[in-house]
Design a protein around this ligand. Structure first.
Ligand code: BG6
Length: 474
């Protein structure tokens, strides 16, 4: 195991991501014996506090968030956790950080950028200039999403950080790739002949990828109002899911083959947006969004996106991929629905045709089911659809690790397979930039929807026009 003796330094140590995702994930890894004793975590923040008070804050979070909290484990775990006060925007403060890290006498260093992307280049340059990367072991950089704000900014960031760290030492996080059922897509698809043989335009009618959230923007209005759903969710999570579903079988499942195949999908992805007629691209904003904290009262930022795209390849010619995501909706759910064609099906005395579905449930329930048709009992040939279902999260003895647990472990082990490569990020930004260019003034196209609804009606009309509908799944 490579993950021995390492210092893990987090820029943005007092942000929500660190308190609510990273620290709990580290705690679980520690509890499960999956990180070793000689690991040190240093969190950086501008606020004036010491390690003891930071540990108390963390303890409170863990006690609320973690069902298997244990005081003795916490005491051992928190001894690895140190708070270091610094303003990472000030170049003169990095020498002090170097001295502090040096005092821990460890040559493997991981730097986690839980900050806005604008800071990625500056921090990286300071780490290099102040010799924090001059180590006998390895120096890795982990970048939270979003990696940039648009294509241009992403390219600028990448030019700097890739020169400093090198692609093999860069981990661009898309936490959806750490989710159990996202990691299961390849297995479901490639290890089952019944699916791998029909995974194409001849058998598949359309694919729907939905990630809906009940919550609004909460206290993230400042960030979100500049990003919107397109940048916050589509550019990364939804496009990554689509790429995994649509990619050609990689030569092998090692690091680079799958990434290369995903890049090809993203590069061949097209959105034929005819905004005026609300045809293939729908933007929505929930009522009351403009009153949220740190949101511009005249904001035209979209909190909902639905779109139809095509992958221009032999396999997927003519098959629409419908994507939908939004905040303040009726439910929190992430799922992939693959709807099969009905052309080849027939029922002896019945012309009724009901499509088969393959549904991959990502969250909150994790599982997979196929919907098939049987004869309704006692009827002669009336169709009845039934689900052949596997619910992974229903198993009381199994608890899926949080996405961050899996990803942190990969970072410690130096495995970049579940992280997005630069070419993927770049192609996704290219696509988003094209969409943004097509609608410089979103105010004309923004539909409002009520909180707790299923989003704007126009997103249903988009499918209705194609003779389809969004599948709601149990
Ligand atoms: C993040 C987005 O990447 O993903 C958030 O910035 C969103 O806006 C979150 O709420 C959703 O992640 P999850 O794991 O809760 O589905």
């Amino acid at each position: 195991m490579e993950n021995q003796k390492v210092i893990f330094t987090i820029f943005g140590g007092t942000g929500d991501l660190t308190y609510y995702k990273l620290i709990p994930a580290f705690y679980q890894l520690f509890l499960g014996g999956r990180i070793l004793d000689d690991m040190t975590i240093i969190v950086l923040g501008r606020k004036n506090k010491d390690s003891a008070s930071y540990r108390e804050e963390v303890k409170e979070v863990l006690m609320k968030k973690v069902s298997n909290y244990n005081e003795n484990v916490f005491v051992a775990f928190s001894s690895k956790l140190h708070y270091y006060e610094m303003n990472f925007e000030k170049a003169e403060e990095y020498e002090g950080l170097n001295t502090f890290i040096d005092s821990k006498d460890c040559h493997n260093r991981i730097f986690y950028y839980a900050t806005a992307p604008t800071f990625f280049p500056f921090i990286s340059e300071q780490l290099k200039d102040k010799k924090l990367l001059d180590v006998k072991g390895y120096a890795r950089a982990v970048f939270e999403k979003p990696f940039g704000y648009d294509l241009e900014s992403a390219e600028k960031i990448n030019a700097t950080v890739s020169k400093i760290f090198g692609e093999d030492h860069i981990f661009r996080i898309d936490h959806y790739l750490g989710k159990e059922m996202i990691q299961n897509i390849n297995t479901v698809r490639f290890s089952n002949q019944i699916f791998s043989a029909i995974w194409n335009k001849d058998s598949i009618d359309n694919i729907q990828i939905t990630v809906k959230e009940k919550d609004g923007v909460k206290d993230r209005g400042g960030y979100y109002d500049k990003a919107g759903a397109l940048r916050d969710m589509v550019q990364n999570h939804l496009i990554q899911i689509l790429a995994l579903v649509a990619m050609e079988p990689p030569k092998n499942f090692n690091n680079n083959s799958a990434k290369e195949e995903k890049v090809k999908v993203i590069q061949n992805l097209s959105i034929q947006s005819e905004l005026e007629s609300h045809t293939n691209l729908i933007f929505g904003q929930y009522e009351g969004y403009r009153d949220e904290v740190k949101v511009d009262p005249d904001s035209n930022t979209e909190t909902f996106v639905a779109m139809k795209c095509f992958v221009n390849s032999k396999r997927w010619e003519g098959v629409p991929f419908y994507l939908k995501t939004g905040k303040a909706l009726d439910e929190s759910i992430a799922k992939i629905v693959i709807e099969f064609k009905t052309d080849g099906s027939s029922t002896p005395t019945n012309t009724e045709k009901i499509p088969n579905l393959l549904v991959i449930k990502i969250q909150p329930e994790e599982g997979v089911y196929i919907r098939i048709n049987t004869k309704e009992p006692r009827s002669e040939s009336k169709l009845m659809s039934v689900n052949l279902s596997y619910c992974q999260s229903c198993d009381i003895f199994y608890k899926s690790p949080d996405a961050y647990e899996r990803l942190l472990l990969d970072i410690l082990n130096g495995d970049t397979a579940m992280f997005t490569g630069w070419e993927e990020v770049k192609s996704a930004w290219e696509l988003i930039s094209e969409v943004v260019k097509k609608c410089p003034d979103k105010s004309k196209y923004l539909d409002t929807y009520s909180k707790g609804s299923d989003g704007p009606i126009s997103s249903h009309d988009m499918l209705k026009r194609d003779g389809r509908h969004w599948w709601r799944v149990d």
